[in-house]
Design a protein around this ligand. Structure first.
Ligand code: UDP
Ligand code: MG
Length: 136
């Protein structure tokens, strides 16, 4: 079984959609191996998204990801990374396929409800950002 990292973002936790999103992920065939509620500081959010440093949306992304609690979780399924990217949909909810998490719950391209790792290599790094090996 493969693992990936998802984060329910502050917009979705704040609007009370976290439970529905978790149910959506479980109903899509993922099992939750670890989960917590966390509040990120600017250094943590900046590190997590350091691949985007220098891009025009970077500061707004750090502002957003530190604006309230998030829910990082380790999800397990066959081909988990690719499968979760399909289940969450495109970055911009206007382009996200019908029935995807972002189609259902995202507000905008910035406030888009959920993060998902984009490769197996990044998934391992991102899981390590929030969880220790004995937790998942
Ligand atoms: N983002 C944004 N504006 C953009 C592109 C990205 O605010 O033009 C934010 C958005 O929250 C996105 C995150 O930065 O989820 C990371 O961007 P990425 O391109 O990695 O999208 P993702 O992998 O989340 O679909
Ligand atoms: Mg990404």
């Amino acid at each position: 079984m493969d693992q990936t990292l998802a984060i329910i973002k502050p917009d979705a936790v704040g609007s009370g959609n976290a439970g529905k999103i978790i149910a959506h992920l479980e109903n899509s065939g993922f099992s939750i191996k670890a989960i917590r509620l966390a509040v990120l500081n600017r250094e943590q959010a900046g590190d997590f998204y350091s691949v985007h440093e220098g891009k025009p949306f970077y500061k707004g992304l750090v502002d957003f990801m530190t604006s309230g609690p998030v829910m990082p979780m380790v999800l397990e399924a066959d081909a988990a990374v690719e499968k979760l990217r399909g289940v969450i949909g495109a970055t911009d909810p206007a382009e996200a396929a019908e029935g995807t998490v972002r189609n259902l719950y995202a507000e905008s391209k910035g406030r888009n409800a959920i993060h998902a790792s984009d490769s197996d290599e990044n998934a391992q790094v991102e899981i390590g950002f929030f969880f220790s090996p004995n937790e998942c």
